[in-house]
Write a protein that binds this ligand. Structure first.
Ligand code: NDP
Length: 283
């Protein structure tokens, strides 16, 4: 049976360590501050933003929440970002995606000061990642690396196959894996003979949003399988991209859904907010 890579347990540990770090920073006069901008009323975004606020408060990070109306103009949003860029008390700025249609996501993300870009989505952050310079990286890939690290799963020299090439998961994870000396292949919807490829993976990461897409026949015996996907089924339950019941007897390690990558993502956002805050002291 595959080892369960428990993101709930690991993220709790990380958050409690962060809480201590935040206490130490507060004693030196720095309160890590995360500004979150939510435009409109997308129900899923509202839940994500509420969770981020709650986690931040739990560990002593100050959340600054800005809820702007659905019809907010690009100019208004950019003015808010510019104001937060200038605010010396703000360490990280996050614009919750997706944005309403009248707003250009790329322009808005590019407007965030790269040194406050806590989501790591800006081209500057992505460039730093791919040139292996210190940078903030997207929270989900960061969380996946932290989870592997917690279970002492070394990626050095391993064959890693990532299914999904989004800017928030697949691509940045590929950069991190390369920086950690893995041999990486990125697959996507146009990839031919995907199963043959995934079967070669020592570490298989699936981030496509198609429930139970990966079955036992797509997994090399003993492989580590990271299931990023989250879809709500007709049964109202959350499902991953991996058919966990089928894959568990084959894989060496597997992340559950829920309780795997999800909790690591939010802990990683907090970890990177705290890292940015530390720069106020150490430059
Ligand atoms: P996107 O929709 O942005 O990207 C999906 C990727 O999957 C694309 O690259 C697409 O290929 C590829 N893909 C889709 N179908 C197939 C297929 N049949 N075979 C191979 N590749 C395929 O998704 P996200 O990256 O934003 O999210 C992916 C999943 O991860 C979702 O379920 C999302 O909810 C979840 N997620 C979970 C997080 C967490 O914290 N646990 C955080 C972020 C996302 P192509 O590029 O060719 O279209």
């Amino acid at each position: 049976m595959a080892t369960r890579l428990d993101g709930k347990v690991v993220s709790k540990r990380i958050l409690s360590e962060l809480q201590q770090t935040v206490t130490g920073l507060a004693q030196q006069g720095v309160t890590p501050t995360l500004a979150v901008i939510l435009v409109g009323s997308d129900p899923a975004s509202q839940v994500y933003v509420r969770n981020k606020q709650r986690r931040a408060e739990e560990i002593g990070v100050r959340p600054l929440m800005f809820k702007l109306p659905e019809e907010t103009s690009q100019k208004t949003l950019l003015a808010k970002v510019a104001e937060l860029n200038q605010d010396p008390d703000v360490d990280g700025i996050l614009v919750q995606l997706p944005l309403p249609k009248q707003l250009d996501e790329r322009v808005v993300i590019n407007a965030i000061d790269p040194d406050k870009d806590v989501d790591g989505f800006s081209p500057v952050s992505v460039g730093r990642l791919w040139t292996n310079e210190p940078t903030v990286v997207a929270s989900t890939p960061y969380g996946i690396m932290a989870l592997l690290d917690a279970y002492q799963i070394d990626v050095t020299g391993k064959r890693v196959v990532i299914v999904g090439r989004s800017n928030i998961v697949g691509r940045p994870l590929a950069g991190l894996m390369v920086n950690h000396d893995a041999t990486v292949t990125i697959a996507h919807s146009k990839t031919r003979d995907l199963k043959a490829l995934t079967r070669e993976a020592d570490i298989l990461v699936v981030a496509i949003g198609v429930p139970h897409f990966i079955g036992a026949d797509a997994v090399k015996p003993g492989a580590t399988v990271i299931d990023v996907g989250i879809s709500r089924g007709a049964d109202g339950k959350l499902h991953g991209d991996v058919d966990a019941d089928a894959v568990e007897p084959v894989a060496g390690a597997l992340t559950p859904v829920p309780g795997g990558v999800g909790p690591m993502t939010i802990a990683s956002l907090m970890a990177q907010t705290v890292e940015l805050a530390k720069r106020r002291l150490h430059g």
